[in-house]
Design a protein around this ligand. Structure first.
Ligand code: UD1
Length: 305
C-alpha cells in the first residue's frame, strides 16, 4: 500500500482523486485549509491535516511517509484572484513552490500538480496544444504559469519529478455552486434545477472545453504513473470538444425539462473568449484521454446515470 499526499484533497477534484486512490488500495493523506473544501467530501478513513499550502511546516509535516504528492490546492476562481491579487498569488504560486521544496527535501518524491488552461490567455479559436505560446491575461493565469516555471526549475535544478497539468473547464458532482465565483456548470445547473434565471456574462457565445471530473482523475493518475518519464513536462486536460455557453444552457434545460430564463450581464474583465484544448500530447505520452461526453457527464451530475 502506497501513501499519497493530496493538497486541497477536501475539494472538488481532490476528493474524487482520493476516492480513486482508496479504491485501488492506496493510502491517502490530505492537506487542506478548509477554505472551500469539506471534510464530508472524503471517506472517513482519510487523514486530514488542516493547514495552508503556503506554510512550509504544514506541508513538510503532511508529506512524511508519502511516495508521491498530488498538488491540487489552489483558489480556482479567475475572477476572485483578480480581486484578491496577493492572496491568490500566495496560494496559487507560493503554495506550489512550498510543495516542490518540501517534496525535494522529503527524498525527491514525485509531484503531480495542476496548472491551468488559463496560462494560454485568449489564444483564439482552434485546438490549443501545449506548444502554443503562453500569454496569461489574469493574475490567476500568471500564478499558474509561475507554478509551471518553478515546476520546471524543481526538475532542472533539484532533480525532482514534477508533472504539470493544464485543465480546461472541469465539472462534475461536488463542485460547489454556492459562490458567484463557482464554475459555470455548477452555477447554471443549480439555478436551472431550481427554476431560477441564469446570468450570462457577455453574449453567451464564448466557448469552453468542459471536462468531466472522473476523466480529470484519470489524467492525474497517469501523470503519477509516468512521473519519471514525463518529469518537467506539462499536459492539457481536455476533451478536444467545444461548447458555447448558450448551447450548455440548452442542454441543461433539456435535461431538467424546462426552458431556462437567460439574463445577460457585462462580460467579465479578462474573460477568455474561446478555450479549446488539443488532447494529443497526454494521449500519446501518458495514454490519458477524456471519455465522458458532455451530455453524459451532465446527466451523471443530475444523478440520472
Ligand atoms: C475556469 C476555471 C479555472 C480554470 C480555467 C481554465 C472555475 C471557477 N474556473 O475559468 O479554475 O483554470 O477555467 O481555463 O472553474 N459565466 C457566466 N455566468 C456565470 C458564471 C460564469 O456567464 O454565472 C461565464 C464566464 O464569464 C466565462 C464562462 O462562464 O465566460 C466560464 O466561467 P468559469 O466557470 O468561471 O470558468 P473560467 O473563467 O473559464
Amino acid at each position: 500500500m502506497a501513501r499519497y499526499l493530496i493538497t486541497g484533497g477536501c475539494g472538488f477534484v481532490g476528493s474524487h482523486l482520493a476516492d480513486a486512490l482508496l479504491l485501488r488500495g492506496d493510502d491517502v493523506v490530505v492537506l487542506d485549509n478548509m477554505s472551500t473544501g469539506k471534510r464530508g467530501n472524503l471517506d472517513a478513513s482519510v487523514r486530514v491535516v488542516e493547514g495552508d499550502v503556503s506554510d512550509p511546516d504544514a506541508v513538510s509535516g503532511a508529506i512524511k511517509g508519502c511516495v508521491g504528492v498530488f498538488h491540487l490546492a489552489g483558489i480556482a476562481s479567475v475572477a476572485y484572484c483578480n480581486e484578491h491579487w496577493r492572496e491568490g498569488h500566495l496560494t496559487n504560486q507560493t503554495g506550489s513552490v512550498t510543495v516542490f521544496e518540501a517534496a525535494a527535501r522529503a527524498g525527491h518524491i514525485p509531484v503531480v500538480y495542476t496548472s491551468s488552461a488559463a496560462v494560454y490567455g485568449d489564444a483564439g479559436a482552434g485546438p490549443i496544444a501545449e506548444t502554443r505560446p503562453t500569454r496569461p491575461m489574469t493574475a490567476y493565469g500568471a500564478d499558474k504559469l509561475g507554478s509551471e516555471l518553478h515546476g520546471s526549475i524543481a526538475h532542472g535544478v533539484h532533480g525532482l519529478s514534477t508533472v504539470g497539468f493544464r485543465p480546461f473547464n472541469i465539472y462534475g458532482p461536488r463542485q460547489d455552486p454556492s459562490s458567484a465565483y463557482s464554475g459555470v456548470i455548477s452555477i447554471f445547473n443549480d439555478r436551472i434545477g431550481r427554476g431560477l434565471p441564469v446570468t450570462v456574462f457577455g453574449d453567451g457565445m464564448q466557448t469552453r472545453d468542459f471536462v468531466f471530473v472522473a476523466d480529470v482523475v484519470s489524467f492525474l493518475l497517469a501523470g503519477m504513473a509516468h512521473a519519471d518519464a514525463a518529469a518537467g513536462q506539462v499536459f492539457n486536460i481536455c476533451t478536444g470538444r467545444t461548447t458555447t455557453l448558450l448551447d450548455l444552457i440548452g442542454i441543461l434545460g433539456r435535461l431538467h425539462g424546462i426552458t431556462p430564463e437567460v439574463r445577460h450581464g457585462e462580460a467579465r474583465v479578462g474573460d477568455i473568449r474561446d478555450s479549446l484544448g488539443d488532447p494529443a500530447r497526454a494521449a500519446s505520452l501518458l495514454g490519458a484521454s477524456a471519455h465522458v461526453p458532455l451530455e453524459k457527464g451532465l446527466s451523471i451530475l443530475l444523478g440520472r446515470d
